[in-house]
Design a protein around this ligand. Structure first.
Ligand SMILES: [Zn+2]
Length: 265
């Protein structure tokens, strides 16, 4: 089967394991059903802005044209640095967008992505956010009414927990340590008690299984701008990565807006 797709991050649903989906010219692809098969990926050379849809020579901030990267609310610095958000003060690139995306409940969580990390997300993005990061388990530790507050809590925990996913570690195995995660949540609550007590919440651990059996020993990330064509046997999917038998991994989200020809053999 041959198809084309302008990449967006893989859509997911959580059952016993995570299911991964992609829209294409041949309809919705359920990637789990392709595991074990040989897949060819070919970058056509075209990139389309995720915001305005126009062709762009380069992708900025994971999928935007230069103009949109400077103006679109979804490309604002507060997406990655929530502590800088000012929409609760009425300041934003787009207040209507901010009302729907920033001035809503956010959660602060701890996740196990190979090590314990702290993160924040809109309440609507659980468990999607955890799946996108390849977490094997996660727990919510605080609930706040707007984005900046979640950023402030995250910043105060960064001295004690990692805040980025080590993707090599995340893709090199399935780490599970619910006891450590529960203890870490307790530790975080103690650290936050004096300043943020009214926002702290108790939560049960969510466990997440990914459709992958064998983790390759040595991994290398496919760079579509250097290597436009790749073919290999798909052995699994974790986070937003397709994982191939030879250790090649492909970060779908990173190539948002890229036009790809995909062949399933
Ligand atoms: Zn654009």
């Amino acid at each position: 089967m041959e198809l084309s797709s302008i990449l967006k991050k893989l859509e997911t649903s959580l059952d016993d394991t995570v299911n991964y989906f992609m829209d294409s010219t041949e309809g919705r692809i359920h990637w789990n059903t392709q595991i074990g098969k040989t897949v060819s990926l070919e970058f056509t050379g075209d990139i389309y802005c995720v915001h305005c849809g126009r062709k762009t020579r380069k992708s900025y901030s994971q999928g935007f044209c230069f103009f949109c990267s400077q103006t679109a609310p979804s490309a604002d610095i507060t997406v990655v640095k929530p502590e800088l958000d000012k929409s609760h003060l009425g300041i934003s690139r787009d207040m209507e967008w901010a009302k729907e995306n920033n001035l809503i409940d956010h959660f602060v969580y701890l996740a196990n992505t190979g090590n314990i990390k702290v993160g924040i997300t809109r309440h609507t993005q659980i468990p999607t956010r955890w799946i996108d990061q390849g977490a094997t388990e996660a727990i919510r530790i605080a609930k706040v009414p707007y984005r900046q507050l979640s950023g402030l809590i995250e910043v105060s925990l960064k001295k004690h927990f990692a805040d980025i996913t080590n993707w090599r570690k995340m893709l090199s195995g399935t780490y599970s340590d619910p006891v450590l995660l529960k203890e870490s949540a307790k530790k975080a609550h103690n650290l936050l008690k004096s300043e943020f007590e009214k926002y702290l919440i108790d939560d049960d651990i969510t466990s997440i299984q990914y459709p992958i059996s064998d983790f390759p020993k040595k991994i290398s990330s496919l760079n579509l701008e250097k290597q436009a064509k790749y073919s290999g046997r798909l052995v699994g999917i974790k986070g937003q990565y397709l994982i191939f038998e030879d250790g090649t991994v492909f970060n779908v989200r990173k190539y948002t807006g890229f036009s790809l020809k995909i062949v399933f053999v």
